[in-house]
Design a protein around this ligand. Structure first.
Ligand code: BGP
Length: 447
């Protein structure tokens, strides 16, 4: 099955990613406080497929040792997980044991400091006190785990937090207001730079970065208006956050256009850039009323919609192969993205921190040829990017196991490990063994 065209450096990182809220469960254990997602699920059950909640998720908080054993058995040399800020200091005891367990198995611990589970008491990212509160938490985590974590990611997908929290309103705090979106985005970027400063002053040993969701933007029309719409999407969905991270300032022309006057104080460089890639965006000009919709049912006739009146809409690609959740499958987009990043920021180390496919699978499913084909095609894309000089350091597949897929509940399954919905038993799918064989043939893995 493994393609001969896959070629990776010997020190490449191979593993999977997860996020605390999506796998841990135990949302009231050991003094954990509520997060905005716990509240959202409680207050708006109808917005989540099957009225699912992050409880019990995969019960990872209690079954973590078994999960680490799986990571070891599957031969991974890296694991990306997130720290649950709502668990506070007591939660750090848990992550301390987790990190020790990873090190004992020869797996590089890669920690995301914020993956969407904002403590409810802080309100939302519009609150200008949040970045400092985050930095204080980061400092505690740095002191506790800084001697062993190999890679730190401050935030997961700030653009997606802002897009869904403040533009589409589909995620908490369910706001639909562009001005407020950019102000909240600014607090996220302040938090990112403050966190890097704290990690550095704490003297952590790991490399410092962030995981950005990035998509190549493809213009779907031929008019000047279409080209302007595509530029707008690229400027604000990709470049806005990239420039704020890499150069510590917002892209000038894009900021001027919005009359956005915020600046980032004491910006900090990153050691690497985490890239979460799922699909490209096809963009055209639009006069259609502003409208947003995400397919959360997995019924392929349910179309995702994103249109900002007078500005743009996302449209179907002319040649799209799609998942049941209406997400385009385009491995070429990943190669294009990695090459574009290397052109824009030459030499900046890149890590694919998420990439994977959500499928409707029977809980007892062990055969997942679609996932194997998806990952293989994306690994080929990375391999081509590497051959053209893009400094890609690792691939972390989303996800280690089936999990709470936000608005999609538990029906959309991403795991190498299947989780039985009632017994929570873990079972490797065919992709898990396939993935192990892929990197066994590369010198960088434990075999
Ligand atoms: C990313 C998130 C992940 C994960 C993934 C798949 O945006 O960082 O947490 O969930 O998308 O998305 P979904 O679960 O909504 O299909």
């Amino acid at each position: 099955m493994t393609s001969p065209s896959l070629s990776f450096p010997p020190d490449f990182f191979w593993g999977c990613a997860t996020a605390a809220l999506q796998i841990e469960g135990s949302t009231e254990a050991d003094g954990r406080e509520p997060s905005i997602w716990d509240d959202f699920c409680r207050n708006h059950p109808e917005r989540i497929h099957g009225r699912a909640t992050p409880e019990p998720a995969c019960d990872h908080y209690r079954r973590w040792q078994e999960d680490l054993d799986w990571i070891g058995k599957l031969g991974h040399n890296a694991y990306r997980f997130s720290l649950s800020w709502p668990r506070g200091v007591r939660g750090l005891d848990f992550y301390d044991r987790l990190v020790d367990g990873l090190c004992a198995r020869g797996v590089a611990p890669m920690a995301t400091l914020y993956h969407w589970d904002l403590p409810s008491r802080l309100g939302s990212w519009e609150n200008p006190a949040v970045p400092e509160a985050f930095a204080e938490y980061v400092e505690l985590a740095a002191r506790r785990l800084g001697d062993r974590v190999t890679h730190w990611m401050t935030l997961n997908e700030p653009a997606w937090s802002i897009m869904n929290g403040f533009v589409t309103g589909l995620h908490p705090p369910c706001v639909q207001n562009l001005d407020r979106a950019f102000q909240a985005g600014h607090q996220l970027m302040r938090a990112h730079h403050l966190a890097l400063a704290r990690l550095r002053s704490a003297g952590v040993r790991g490399k410092l970065g962030i995981a950005l969701n990035l998509s190549p933007v493809r213009c779907a029309g031929t008019s000047a208006k279409d080209r302007r719409a595509a530029r707008w999407a690229d400027d604000y969905l990709n470049r806005w956050f990239l420039e704020a991270v890499v150069h510590g300032r917002y892209p000038q022309a894009a900021a001027r256009r919005l009359r956005f006057e915020q600046v980032l104080d004491n910006p900090q460089p990153v050691d690497f850039l985490g890239v979460n890639y799922y699909y490209p965006k096809w963009v055209a000009h639009s006069q259609r009323p502003t409208q947003f919709h995400l397919n959360t049912s997995g019924q392929s006739q349910e179309k995702c919609q994103f249109s900002l009146q007078g500005r743009l809409q996302f449209v179907d690609s002319p040649r799209a192969e799609k998942t049941e959740w209406d997400w385009e499958i385009d491995p070429q987009g990943l190669e294009d993205l990695l090459l574009d990043l290397n052109r824009s920021y030459p030499g900046l180390p890149l890590m694919v921190t998420e990439n994977g496919i959500g499928l409707r699978e029977d809980p007892s499913c062990q055969d997942d040829p679609q996932r194997i084909a998806f990952v293989e095609a994306h690994l080929q894309a990375i391999s081509r990017a590497l051959a053209q000089g893009a400094p890609v350091k690792g691939y972390l597949m989303w996800a280690l196991m089936d999990n709470f897929s936000w608005l999609n509940g538990y029906q959309k399954r991403y795991g190498l490990l299947a989780i039985h919905p009632e017994t929570l038993e873990r079972r490797p799918k065919a992709s898990a063994e396939w993935y192990r064989r892929v990197f066994q043939t590369s010198a960088g893995s434990k075999s």
